[in-house]
Design a protein. Sequence first.
Lengths: 298, 295, 335
Amino acid sequence: MTMIPVNVPKRDQSARMENWSRAFYRFRQSWLSVFGLAIVLLLILLAIFAPVIIPYPEHVLGTTNTAARFLPPSSAAWFGTNALGQDMFSLVLAGSRVSLFSGLAVVIISILVGSFVGAVAGYFGGWIDEILMRFTDLLLTIPSLILAMAVAAALGTGVGNMIIAISITWWPAYARLVRGEVIGKKEEQFITAARALGAGWPRILGLHILPNIMSPIVVKASLDMGFAILTVASLGFVGIGVKAPTPEWGTLLSVARSSMPDYWWTALAPGFAIFLAVLAFNLLGDGLRDVLDPKARR
Amino acid sequence: MALLEITNLNLAMSSYEGETHILKGIDLKIERGEIWGMVGETGSGKSLTGLSISRLIGSPPGRYLDGSILFEGRDVLKASDKEMRKLRGRHIGMIFQDPTTNLNPVFRIGTQLVDVALHAGSTDPSILGLTASASRGQRKKAARALSIEMLDKVGIPNAAERIDDYPHQFSGGMRQRVLIAMAMIGKPDLLIADEPTTALDVSVQEQILRLIHDLVEERNIGVLLITHNLGVVAQICSHVAVMYRGRILEAGPVGDVLKRPAHAYTQALLDSIPTVHTKRGELRGVSGVMPEFDL
Amino acid sequence: MFLYVLRRLFLLIPMLLGLTVIVFAIARLLPGDPVGLAAGPNATPEIIASVAKEFGLDQPIPVQYWNYLTGLVQGDWGVSIFTRRPVFEDVMTYLPATLELVFAALLFAIVVGIPLGLLAAVYRNGPLDYITRTVALGGIAMPRFFLGLLLQLGFAVALDWLPLSGRFPLIESTPEPITGLYTIDALLVGDWYSFTIALQHLALPAFAMSLSPLATIMRMMRASTIEVLQQDFVMTERALGLSSRLILFKYVLKNAMSSTLTVIGLYVSWLLGGTVLVETVFDWPGLGLYATQAILTQDFMPVIGVTLVIATIYLLSMLVVDILYGVFNPKVRYA
């Protein structure tokens, strides 16, 4: 049997570019979304350049300055100092690296694991789908914070363990999302066409389906970044997860609590940092959803 | 005194593109016992005229530039919101095109009927067969009894049981009957029907039109039947007004207008109706496109 | 309708069973040495062995699971290595406090959030709408524990309007325990004094928990109300003279509830699982604190017990949500 040569034209790049630039234009229309994006970029920059920007890097490394303990906010220390005389702003700035990195790691791992499970379940259907989804649903009934705390505590302290613990509770949501999307897409004609041309399931899933379901995943991921950071901070606040002297917003807040109410300002910097981060990612995620999800209306 | 007298009605609507003068000097007089058809293409302004009578067009985006709508002598355009609410449901009943979307899906039809009856009864307790001193409980009972009676009258079998059913348990034609019952339960003097049969099939259409006709005869009400279907007009209307682009081109008794149209547009509309004898390829329409517009 | 409920109740049983398997598996598969911790740093192998035997930890895992399951049904949920009390007793002691907190938070979020969201949609782009949208954005982003701290600083310390922490002052006697929820118990016997005290203590922690669900409920209601207001039947209702108040608060409200119900359901899990954050700040003696202490000491029987209880409560509340779906959307009942 001879192969009939087929002239398949290269994918039209310009159309895709045009789509993105149109989407970006619409995104720019909402000042809240732009604000969110700006803050997110600012946070990322701060985290990356933290070593250069931190006013008192020695405090982050553990040096104390007991003479300057519990100073209220001033021009020398914008958010005051803590029990050891360390500058709160520096600590929070250093903590941004931990928080952002952890949040990102959690979201990425959850997406990878969840998408794989969801894609397999959605694509193959049948008993594979049943088993995987029953398991996923059961995991979803267990309140995520408790599960994350239990796993984190059992695995031991450290950023890595904490990330694993939280990811274990987060991937099910992505699995469900991806499964739904895959089920929606797999019945479409272009998939049947691909199968007719002999594509195997990894190719179909990876090359054809997944690129087309990116939008809801991206939206969810950006919204989740904020909540991931919040969860990391929550674990830190309760005393599970990151250990001193690594600065982390949640642990900083927990420490600040013990010097309440007299030195209440020590709670401001870490608390506000968490709030700002979550707010920014929420605004960004909302903006992306308005732009990328055709079904969403204002 | 005419039941409804519209004089020189001028309405402008604003949208993203600015303000458009939609109704340009509408004159219409409806007496009791008359069924007025209002025909025209989509966008001619017929629905807006109907909605204006009940002042259902909001102040933005609508603005009345001139004219009056006298309902039993009182100018509707100058009435307050409270006064309008007293008219609606009680003196002016209204039904719309799609029976599926015009009934609230999560409530039993009885609930919706009773609420309209109670509203009408609050301005005029005699509707419910009660006096002003009747208690809330008595009113509710009377309203429910009246609702069952109305459902029966519009031809819903087993009315006493079906009153507690949900809209999705009825067929399209039945739902329209329910809506007619709702519009008529307050014993209004004027019924405005905006394309009541467009969403129904022909056999059901016939029944609904017959129902409206019987109601008119029985209660001597006036009807404004808005439609784009000349066939419907020919079937039950006593008078007809032809609308085009916000103006009434001609109006009069239905026999006169349809048999001896004075205006070329009316003639064109009549000509565009295909008959059994129309040969393939001979369909005629009216050229041009209507301006798009929404409420 | 009744059959619908019955069917859903039956489906609960296999879910609960599966839950016990998963929770038990996770608890046992995790690294950690509760026996070593309980026995103490100077324990000899004999002591360790006897501690292990005392808590049944020397058996193979499937046997342990079976023992656990049979015990569970009979009310024996194991013993906490830390408190040395039966887990069941501990859970029953701390559960009412957590339930009270979760109920209060959810109730507040619903009672305030739904009407505000509805009105924000009606008076779209008005001042109420802007306030609602701002609160909604800020509320979701605000961490519960930080909010709790701020509330304490503001209302308890600076203004001294409300107590700083705790559930009930030690010097006073708590209401007669009927449900275990102090506010309800006080109401049931007409004890206004205790009710006021309990409410004062409940106010700040409940609010800290409620802001996030309140925000989302408002947003959801606003969005669905906007959609419902565009439906044809609203026009018919207006055309037939029904008052705006009737149309909004009876007809539109019911239609808009369904999607908000989904949101409420999701938040029950969030609330139940996250009470520890607020319990810590306010010294509220609930399951969250109990579970955390157990987690930190790698005492897994209480962790399993608490997790199962909370997951079961969550499943039951999902059932309630499903039933309410049937109430708000009659088509679902006949499916």
